[in-house]
Design a protein around this ligand. Structure first.
Ligand code: NAP
Length: 309
């Protein structure tokens, strides 16, 4: 880190955080972006993005993230790999504790995104990495010619099941209702895909396995109550997301699901602290909305810094 004190610290280097960095750096604020892993967030593991304007053929999540990262660095945003352990937003100078050091800023944007939600069933943790996965881009090639299960009915479950079907011979998509939540174009594609069979009105009760990993999923039909074992060698879980807000420990207001409450200016319950992207209580979690949030949050942070000087 070049300094200890910045105008603005952005926590998270996904699409929201890096867009905020571009806007803030162009507003000539001194900007530090803190990211605990590789810049990119969830889209790094998104196989293909075809609804982000400007790329008519679509592009991979990794490619899009590389371009956004390059753009942020071109405008001199400092991006550092560090986890934020604790936040103190009580005074006009916001303090962030990192491992071994503390950094300060006049404003903070929280853009820490969300992580895949767990089902909370037996076998899920035990076989994680041994057949249980939340990342098709990372793990689908291990299931070449295999029969696998996928759980969920949203955009992620449907899009990633389609990706999985390029490797697996058979994908059972397990959904708890009789209608998918995913966007229509994805539904049409999955209905046309001969390798994907949807098991409607079904929930997984347990993931069973042995020394070599997953062997089957115990299912229950929620309408009939009937239970059965589905033999599979993998189980991908895509049942929504949970916000990455644990490190905030009550310093900003969250909604009942843990997402940060922010207004249309991305302002949280603490003046000078903003939220952007999937981590906030937004009605739509897409790259295009995340980058919009980032731009608004950075612009508002710049106004806040100027007016409080
Ligand atoms: P989501 O939209 O919240 O969908 C979660 C799915 O999991 C729902 O179908 C839900 O069933 C099911 N589910 C939730 N809890 C469950 C449980 N305990 N047991 C069984 N099933 C359960 O989450 P997502 O698909 O991860 O998407 C998250 C956000 O990212 C969304 O805003 C989505 O639009 C966006 N996204 C967009 C794209 C794209 O544009 N191509 C791709 C990926 C993600 P119910 O339907 O019954 O509630």
């Amino acid at each position: 880190m070049k300094n200890k004190q910045y105008d603005l610290i952005i926590i998270g280097a996904g699409p929201a955080g890096l867009s905020a960095a571009i806007y803030a750096a162009r507003a000539r604020l001194s900007v530090l972006v803190l990211e605990e892993a590789a810049p990119g967030g969830q889209i790094l593991v998104t196989d293909w993005i075809e609804n982000y304007p400007g790329f008519p053929e679509g592009l991979s999540g990794a490619d899009l993230m590389m371009k956004i990262s390059e753009q942020a660095q071109r405008f001199d945003a400092e991006i550092v790999t560090e986890e934020v352990l604790e936040t103190d937003f009580s005074g006009p100078v916001k303090k962030l504790r990192l491992s071994g050091t503390e950094v300060e800023a006049r404003a903070v944007i929280i853009a820490t995104g969300a992580s895949p939600r767990k089902l909370g069933i037996a076998g899920e943790d035990k076989y994680y990495g041994q057949g249980v996965s939340t990342c098709a881009t990372c793990d689908a090639p291990f299931f070449k010619g295999a029969t696998v299960a996928a759980v969920g009915g949203g955009d992620t479950a449907v899009q990633e099941s389609l990706f999985l079907s390029r490797f697996a011979d058979k994908v059972y998509l397990i959904h708890r209702r009789d209608e998918l939540r995913a966007t229509r174009i994805l539904q049409e594609r999955v209905f046309e895909n001969e390798k994907v069979e949807i098991l409607w009105d079904s929930i997984p009760l347990e993931i069973k396995g042995g020394d070599a990993g997953v062997e089957s999923v115990r299912l229950k039909n929620v309408k009939t109550g009937e239970q059965s074992d589905l033999p599979v060698s993998g189980c991908f879980i895509w049942v929504g997301v949970t916000p990455n807000t644990a490190f905030l420990k009550g310093t900003v207001d969250l909604d009942k699901n843990g997402f940060i409450i922010a207004d249309q200016r991305m302002q949280t319950s603490v003046p000078g602290v903003y939220a952007a992207g999937d981590v906030r209580n937004t009605p739509l979690r897409q790259v295009v909305t995340a980058v919009g949030d980032g731009a608004v949050a950075a612009t508002e942070a710049a106004h806040y810094i100027e007016s409080s000087s």
